[in-house]
Design a protein. Structure first.
Ligand code: NAD
Length: 302
């Protein structure tokens, strides 16, 4: 295991008879040196599990992503080399959805900014009037496990739901009183936009300069999917006319580029350091789901 995971995963793997070696935070160079000794590699999104790592792992049988997104793994190459790839796609949905809603409220009411001011000894009552989410339109881009959970919670708050997806999700959206519509309609008609697509060549910079220009003035955008799904350089140009943005994911984590630092320093931006799945409940469910999925593929291999 090359990243920190819930101790339950180690316990579950040891029960299966697997000898577990914990190397959390191991640098890439060291991983390349030692990966040849392992049959199963457990990792998060920190390091790229690319051809070089897969080739160096001459005994590898299973690549196990402790999380959902497989965008840091060369899945096609792994499968070609006979290495199974598993993840735990169901475990974090509720936690990520709750964070997305939390970011919406934090932006709508400027909670971090107000909190910071009060802590500094100020009392800025009457200075930052917020907006309600109820009665506003939420546009969900990617109506999968997380997107639909966000829509359900938002429905409870009293929001109208629009959803965009490349597959037909219209029946499920209708159940929430909403409508499946093209991407441009979501961008033009939503007061709040929440991104929940996987990172693929098709979704890279899905919200680019051209599409951001379609978004309403005073809209809120929340991204808990992947930083690369939105062009943050273009977002910087639009931030003043938006109500604000809530970001859990960045194209560079941690951020280094000047444009990113400038964006994050803006008072309309609320940012968290990619913590969507970081709840005790999600981490435990991740451990359980991943252990089960590893067990299943190992049983098929023997
Ligand atoms: P999912 O696969 O269940 O749902 C994704 C949906 O997006 C699917 O319905 C799919 O059809 C749709 N989609 C794919 N390409 C599309 C496109 N080009 N346009 C519109 N829709 C498209 O995924 P999920 O489990 O809901 O995860 C969603 C995102 O959240 C992923 O990017 C994942 O990496 C990310 N995530 C982030 C965190 C975090 O810590 N912030 C944690 C878990 C997952």
């Amino acid at each position: 295991m090359i990243d920190s995971v819930d101790p339950l995963l180690k316990e579950r793997l040891e029960k299966m008879g697997v000898t577990v070696d914990m190397r959390p935070g191991i640098p890439r160079e060291e991983l390349l040196r030692i990966v040849g000794n392992y049959d199963i590699l457990v990792f998060r999104g920190r390091l790229k599990i690319d051809r070089e790592v897969i080739d160096a792992g001459s005994s590898l049988r299973v690549l196990a992503r402790y999380g959902v997104g497989l965008d840091n793994v060369d899945v096609e190459y792994a499968v070609k080399r006979g290495v199974a790839v598993v993840s735990a796609p169901n475990a974090p949905a509720q936690s990520v959805a709750e964070l997305a809603i939390g970011l919406m409220v934090a932006v709508a009411r400027r909670i971090p900014l107000l909190s910071e001011r009060v802590k500094r000894g100020e009392w800025p009552k009457g200075r930052y009037i917020g907006v309600e989410l109820s009665g506003r339109t939420l546009g969900v881009i990617g109506f999968g496990r997380i997107g639909r959970r966000v829509a359900q919670i938002a429905r409870g708050i009293g929001m109208r739901i629009l959803a965009h997806d490349i597959i037909d999700v219209s029946t499920d959206v209708k159940k929430l009183g909403g409508e499946q519509v093209p991407l441009e309609t979501v961008l033009r008609e939503s007061d709040v936009i929440s991104l929940h697509v996987p990172l693929t060549p098709d979704t890279y910079k899905l919200l680019n300069a051209e599409r951001l220009a379609l978004v309403r003035d005073n809209a809120i955008i929340v991204n808990t999917s992947r930083g690369e799904v939105m062009d943050y350089e273009a977002l910087l140009k639009h931030i003043d006319r938006l109500w604000g943005v809530g970001l859990d994911v960045l194209p560079e984590e941690p951020p280094r580029s000047q444009y990113l630092r400038q964006l994050l320093a803006h008072e309309k931006v609320v940012v968290t350091p990619h913590v969507g799945s970081e709840t005790y409940e999600a981490m435990r469910r991740l451990a359980e789901e991943l252990a089960m999925n590893i067990e299943e593929v190992v049983a098929r291999l023997v």
